[in-house]
Design a protein around this ligand. Structure first.
Ligand code: EPU
Length: 444
């Protein structure tokens, strides 16, 4: 067993009082009457995959952090519960979250919170950098195939973490502070890149990450930490330099818009027909997605306020869609775009290169009448505008769930999407945003 470092009082209520209501995840389902045109404006929520590592980053700050544009989604609630378990003071007021970690005293994340979402693992680098000792367990999250954390653990070990794994429990300890390292990632893992950045900002010396992830959410995390006093350069490129500093202060920061949510609403507009302005997006984050939306036959207009998508509902096939690390086509958008292709005339082919089991939505789409043939990482979609009709289907993961909503919007009749709690992990009030634009959708 790893000894806890001096000064750690195990009587502290780190495990004892997780702010979680165990077993109380609110089940929900969405009921959609399809074939209604969409028209109007949708304001795009803050990015889930930015706010989660940024909330982990607040652990490193010695004074108050005020975060704006935080989406109201259950994954953010989970991250807030983790922060509270660690002894951080967190307040939420609408889309603003205030975190004060000055008196943080915890070092352990309860298993039930680790199981709720994979990005809980991001707290490992941050807690370790702050306290020198961290206890987590193997993270849960959407089941998208094997999702190991070996790249995270190898990288943190190179920075001085001594890791012990015992029946799913992982402890990391280090002599403070962590030291810098030259880390070459075997795959540009988003989460591992973020974990190294979080561990590196307070480390001794300059940490260099090569073959790192280049996603906009990495840049957002680096921008936030730099505002707190960190010295990170290169985020957005494939080499990142993190010059360690002694301490981080607080700041005010606004999270970037969610490009995946935006892409989902693009697909929803494409299948429904109509015209929707997606307000407040960053256009360059969506290049790979808008190119395909145009290929599908939609008109895309860039306005001062955002991106406007219009569709007459007659969609063209997309030939070949390969998911790739950014700036390639995002794996998180594969499912909603597959739903869209079910309505396009002709054969579209998807190749999923990031996760080895991210086609579970395809089987549910087939219940609605879609023709999809899965062969390993390839999915062949025979599209037809008239084939899909309402059914009872079940979300098995977040983006797959969103794809069923897209399909329900384009299908004849009534679709019930069970497992709505997966969708609620990442989509803020999806029924309200789509309903305001003319969709007939309710959440139960
Ligand atoms: N991988 C390993 N070992 C590791 C880490 C990753 O083998 O230690 C593998 C994974 O199994 C996977 C691939 O590398 O096959 C990519 O994983 P990555 O680490 O890049 O993904 P992640 O950090 O777990 C984030 C997003 C995901 C998104 C992926 C890929 C967050 C909170 N999550 O996950 O978002 O799909 O990057 O872009 O940022 C979603 O929002 O629905 C979602 C799943």
């Amino acid at each position: 067993m790893t000894e806890k470092p001096d000064g750690f009082d195990s009587s502290l209520p780190v495990h004892a009082k997780p702010h979680t209501k165990k077993g109380c995840i609110a089940l929900s389902e969405y009921v959609i009457n399809g074939r209604r045109k969409l028209n109007g404006v949708i304001d795009i929520q803050g990015a889930k995959n930015s706010i989660l590592p940024i909330l982990a980053g607040t652990v490193l700050c010695q004074s108050e952090v005020i975060l704006h544009h935080c989406p109201n989604i259950t994954d953010v609630e989970t991250a807030v519960r983790i922060l509270r378990c660690l002894g951080c003071v967190v307040r939420r007021d609408g889309t603003t979250i205030t975190v004060n970690s000055r008196n943080m005293h915890g070092y352990a994340i309860p298993d039930e919170l680790m199981r709720e979402m994979r990005s809980s693992v991001m707290f490992l680098g941050a807690i370790l950098a702050r306290t020198g000792y961290a206890e987590i367990s193997l993270p849960g999250g959407c089941e998208l195939g094997a999702r190991p954390i070996d790249i995270h653990l190898n990288a943190l070990s190179q920075m001085g973490m001594i890791v012990e794994e015992n029946h799913g429990k992982i402890t990391g300890r280090t002599v403070m502070p962590l030291h810098s390292a030259n880390i070459n990632l075997s795959f540009p893992s988003v989460g591992a890149t973020e974990n190294i950045i979080l561990a590196g900002v307070l480390a001794r010396g300059t940490t260099v990450i090569t073959n790192c992830a280049r996603e906009p959410e990495i840049v957002d995390l680096a921008d936030f930490l730099n505002r707190c006093g960190a010295k990170i350069t290169g985020a957005g490129d494939s080499i990142i330099y993190i010059e360690g500093v002694d301490t981080l202060s607080g700041t005010q920061y606004s999270v970037i818009p969610d490009r995946i949510v935006c892409a989902t609403y693009m697909a929803a507009t494409a299948v429904s027909g109509g015209k929707v302005l997606l307000r407040g997006v960053i256009k360059s984050h969506l290049d790979s997605v808008t190119t395909l939306i145009q290929q599908a036959g939609c008109e895309v207009e860039y306005t001062r306020e955002g991106i406007s998508v219009s569709s007459d509902g007659c969609l063209k096939k997309l030939r070949l869609i390969r998911t790739m690390p950014y700036p390639g086509f995002p794996t998180d958008t594969q499912a909603p775009f597959m739903a869209m292709c079910c309505f396009a005339e002709g054969t579209s082919v998807f190749v999923e290169n990031i996760f080895d089991s991210r086609y579970r939505h395809a089987y549910e789409l087939c219940r609605m009448g879609a023709e999809i043939d899965i062969q390993g990482k390839v999915a062949i979609v025979e599209g037809n505008r008239e084939h899909l009709s309402g059914s009872v289907v079940e979300a098995k993961d977040l983006r797959g769930g969103a794809s069923l909503i897209v399909a329900g919007l384009g299908a004849y009749g009534t679709t019930t999407v069970k497992g709505g709690q997966y969708i609620d992990r990442g989509y803020e009030k999806i029924e309200e945003y789509l309903g305001n634009a003319g969709a007939d959708i309710v959440k139960i």
